[in-house]
Design a binder for this molecule. Structure first.
Ligand SMILES: N[C@@H](CCC(=O)N[C@@H](CS)C(=O)NCC(=O)O)C(=O)O
Length: 228
């Protein structure tokens, strides 16, 4: 059975949503990143990047959430647009936009706001500005179409859902007012039974919640090694 290495964080949750939407049978395997499970040799053999999510499907090992979404879309033939150069170009553009822009900038925005030992105004402003700019691009796209690729729900919407659920955490409670179209999509997806099953996965395992010394050492390894 397909093995899904996960935690309740945004990138694994996109994949949980796709697994639930597609109806594939899978075994969820918790990786407690606050306890350092991501650095264990047996997990590094699956994902050398020491992050969640990853999947092992027979002899295929796939890591990086949007790569997994594409893999599962192609495997099941579900939640993909028409296989034309035009539609596939849009799919790849938006999937990579979420992977290389929305995710990293939102992640860094949360990091510098919540976890950095010093509050550095330059870093706070840069990452929050960029996170907002990326969400505004999604919002503008969704002003003229129901889903990211048009009228059909796809893996791009799932990728967006993983991160955009965190708009209030990343940008503050009032931020939804700036992105009404994006909020409409996130509310619609969150109400889907598959999304509810995906988020319930977090409760299947008692993940560590404290951001203590052990968690900081596991997740913020730069704190113990100065390279600049
Ligand atoms: N590009 C990767 C990023 C994965 C990633 O950053 N995962 C986070 C959770 S959302 C993680 O594993 N954090 C634990 C750590 O950094 O040690 C993807 O899209 O899967």
């Amino acid at each position: 059975m397909l093995k899904f290495y996960y935690s309740g964080a945004p990138n694994p949750m996109k994949v949980a949503l796709m697994l639930e939407e597609s109806g594939l049978a899978y075994e969820p395997i918790p990786i407690d990143t606050r306890k350092g499970d991501q650095h264990k040799p047996e997990y590094l053999a699956i994902n050398p990047n020491a992050k969640v999510p990853a999947i092992v499907d027979g002899d295929a090992t796939v890591f990086d959430s949007n790569a997994i979404l594409l893999y599962l879309g192609e495997k099941t033939g579900q939640f993909l647009p028409a296989n034309t150069p035009k539609a596939r170009g849009e799919l790849l553009s938006w999937l990579m936009f979420v992977a290389s822009g929305v995710g990293p900038f939102t992640g860094q925005s949360v990091h510098f706001r919540q976890y950095a030992p010093e509050k550095i105004p330059y870093a706070l402003n840069r990452y929050m500005y960029e996170a907002q700019r990326h969400f505004a691009i999604l919002d503008a796209r969704l002003a003229t179409r129901r889903y990211m690729l048009g009228e059909t729900y796809s893996i791009v919407d799932m990728a967006v859902w993983g991160w955009a659920r965190l708009v209030p955490t990343a940008l503050g409670e009032a931020a939804w007012a700036k992105f009404p179209n994006l909020k409409r999509l996130i509310d619609e997806i969150s109400a889907r039974p598959a999304a509810q099953r995906a988020t319930a996965l977090r409760d299947k395992h008692k993940f560590k919640t404290e951001m203590d010394e052990e968690a900081r050492r596991a997740m913020f390894r730069h704190l113990t090694e100065t390279v600049a």
